[in-house]
Design a protein around this ligand. Sequence first.
Ligand code: NOJ
Ligand code: CA
Length: 562
Amino acid sequence: MPEDRVMPDRVMVESRVLTDDRDRVPSSDAGPAWWRSAAIYQIYVRSFADANGDGIGDLAGIRSRLPYLRDLGVDALWLTPWYVSPMADAGYDVADYRDIDPIFGDLAEAEALISDAHAYGLRLIVDIVPNHCSDRHPWFQAALASPTAPERGRFWFLPGRGDDGSLPPNDWRSYFGGPAWTRVDDGSWYLHMFAPEQPDLNWEDSAVRAEFEDILRFWLDRGVDGFRIDVAHGLMKAAGLPDVGADPDPADLPYQDRPEVHEIYRSWRRVLDSYDGDRVFVGEVWLPTPAQFIEYLRPDELHSAFNFEFLCAPWEPAALRAVIDDTVAKHAVVAAPPTWVLSNHDTIRHTTRYGRDDTAFDMGNKRHGAPSDLELGTRRARAAALLTLALPGGVYIYQGDELGLAEVEDIPVGLLQDPTWARSGGTDRGRDGCRVPLPWSGDAAPFGFSPGADARPWLPQPAEWKCATVEVQAADGESMLALYRRALRWRRALHAQCGPDLEWLELGAAALAFRRGGFACVVNFGPDSIRLPAPDEVVLASDVVTDGRLPADSAAWLRIPQ
Ligand code: NOJ
Ligand code: CA
């Protein structure tokens, strides 16, 4: 190892101190609320850890891996839906919001998981899916059974257009492709903005509102620390369900961001605030303008929302700086903490994106299979980890980010499970490539994801993942996992000691550099190395710092004089 390689001795000392501090969930009066600077780890339940060997991740598997999550250094977990579901959209089609799907476990196992997570100092946030339920939900079954059933009013059933009603009631398209309407036996149509198995609920119906507030209470009573709200911007529809037309204004669509939606969250907030502890709402709010987005984060609505503008941005300093400035400014308006996210279960893994010619992400055009230089993508993903973990506010880490996993782009089409594939007529491979079960250990699939050598994970894992397992990376001080572990421990000290303000440092057009008090983060977007401002004070770097210079596509954290 070169002598001038920056070794993280000070980091390790710091991490022991910090680890000792977090044996329990801190009380709410111990300073700024936890969620304002939390590192939240997203568990995609089907793909995290399988305890019973059926090839599908489960709650017992998560419980067995809690020590890993504690040692990683995150503050909280967000679990994708665990409810009873026919799994037409991997659990985002809920048939019973008050019970656990038998594939994942049962209610007792969920309660044990909540309690174990707390014992490890980890908060736990669950997904709530209020825009739609499953077509197997008892309400929808009752609505199908009779046109006069009161349950019909809890969905959007309408007559069709045309002389014989054979045309859908309007021109809305499903987010998964195809029309947003399906016709039932009595000739009427129902709305589903996603798959036909996911009928949209009608939030103008008071029974729907009462039901969801009761569901919130059900889980709050069981100790969850909050909710990630699926399609938070979509619940209300414009009166009369008008056509969108040929050239719609993306900021004014009849099926999203209707002003009436905010009253739902104000009411939910009153429910949440009636419970003790700092419990939170995190919104999945995909909207085109900041003005629309921040309305969801007003003090009496949601606490936080994912920063998709950041996720979609290309790996370019000017673009990222603009997004960071915009993010900080818009959140300040409503005094909400900014958040940062690089990947999730709906996107292309950023190791792959950052190795492509075009490094931006576009939900409408994911460019599956576009050539990617994974070595470059990995270097950038390491730098991006240090960038996001240094920024003020909260951060979301998608499972496998900490292993640097790439998108799996060669899943045989016969094994694809995401409804996007079929709904797009085989033109969009969908989201399975970022949902492949995690590699934990060993030289061959199932890589410790399932017990035993014969288990078959629900999606095939690439053979090359033998080099990316937790086991391999835990033994390698230079791995992505080692970087995340050090950075997350440092981050605790950083957030404890530095305020939320960020001041840019000007280090040239190829760099992004900022300080927060006596701490600085420098990212070099290349192609040449750059001189660091305080090279002797580097505490962590994503690559070797030689002669005080930071190589291309890497990042460093430093102490600097105040
Ligand atoms: C957003 C979720 O993240 C996605 O996975 C799901 O398919 C849709 N909402 C519909 O629930
Ligand atoms: Ca299982």
